[in-house]
Design a protein around this ligand. Structure first.
Ligand code: NDP
Length: 286
């Protein structure tokens, strides 16, 4: 039987609708949620991401402080802007779109963001808090992945979960969240021996690799829940995930499509984190 398709687009729209209601309530108390989005240079992919983010912010009734800087912007100028935005009481979240031009040290910029306004959840302090089970902001893509697993109705407690990919922004935080939710988690990467064998043990599989359809459908445990984070553009222009969807859909119990799975959830959870930050401001919390 074909797998249930986990519709990330519909779930994200529902969450954004709920957030818009909450944002309106906060606005009525005098605290309109506000996110500053900083884009440096003309990277076409980044421009699309930023446009999608600003559109979602406007639709949900948030303020968007849009800063598009030329590619010639110096690291010092960008640091000054980030510090100014972090000090601005109307700004609840500060997001600097990556990749940055090569003459700017991304790590240095990330560290300059006030962790209390790091709604991307990438700052080492926020990743550390997640690790010790006291999260402030959960990185948006991992947060969205957990919501998709919940939406699929998949029990996580006691499940065997396999995460393929160990990046700081997806693989590692997802593994931490699944562990906190009582799954037994295995993390795979490019040096893993017998990847098909490990994947075959997974009740829950999260693929965050960045290689078009590398995970074959035949490797998947029948009935598994499959979350495909990968976004890979084929020469034909078609966007595909890291999982061989056509074959996987015949074995899995539930699966996210690409596009329309994880991608829309990332923006929805960015709005969720920004609202949470605004709520803390309204309640006078640090
Ligand atoms: P990274 O490139 O940072 O990490 C990729 C990971 O995949 C690494 O840990 C790497 O292992 C592992 N890997 C590479 N090749 C293999 C292999 N042959 N077998 C097993 N593991 C392998 O990528 P990201 O985590 O940033 O992103 C992963 C994918 O998710 C990309 O396609 C990206 O576009 C997408 N993405 C989608 C988002 C969304 O909103 N939908 C958001 C963020 C990312 P090693 O550590 O050993 O090198």
């Amino acid at each position: 039987m074909a797998a249930k398709i986990i519709d990330g687009k519909a779930l994200a729209a529902r969450i954004r609708g709920e957030l818009a209601v909450e944002a309106k309530k906060l606005h009525e108390r005098g605290y309109q949620p506000g996110l500053a989005v900083v884009l440096v240079g003309e990277d076409p992919g980044s421009q699309i991401y930023v446009r999608n983010k600003t559109k979602a912010l406007a639709e949900a009734g948030y303020r968007c402080f849009d800063h598009h800087l030329p590619a010639t912007t110096s690291e010092t100028q960008l640091l000054d802007l980030v510090r100014t935005l972090c000090a601005d009481r109307a700004v609840d979240g500060v997001l600097v779109q990556v990749p940055l031009p090569p003459h700017i040290d991304s790590k240095c910029i990330l560290l300059s963001i006030d962790p209390a306004k790091d709604v991307d959840g990438f700052h080492p302090e926020n990743l550390g808090r997640l690790l010790i089970g006291e999260p402030r902001f959960i990185a948006c893509t991992p947060y969205g992945i957990m919501k998709l697993i919940e939406e699929a109705g998949t029990p996580v407690r006691g499940a065997s979960a396999v995460v393929v990919g160990r990046s700081n922004i997806v693989g590692k935080p997802v593994a931490v969240l699944l562990t906190a939710a009582d799954a037994t988690v295995t993390i795979c990467h490019s040096k893993t021996k017998d990847l098909p064998g490990v994947i075959g043990t997974a009740d829950i599989l999260v693929a965050a690799i960045g290689r078009a359809e590398m995970i074959r459908g035949a490797w998947i445990k029948p009935g598994a829940t499959v979350i495909d984070v990968g976004m890979n553009r084929l020469p034909s222009g078609k966007l595909v995930g890291d999982v061989e969807f056509a074959a996987a859909v015949e074995r899995a119990g539930a699966i996210t499509p690409v596009p329309g799975g994880v991608g829309p959830m990332t923006i929805a959870m960015l709005l969720a984190n920004t609202l949470e930050s605004a709520r803390r401001r309204a309640d006078g919390q640090p």
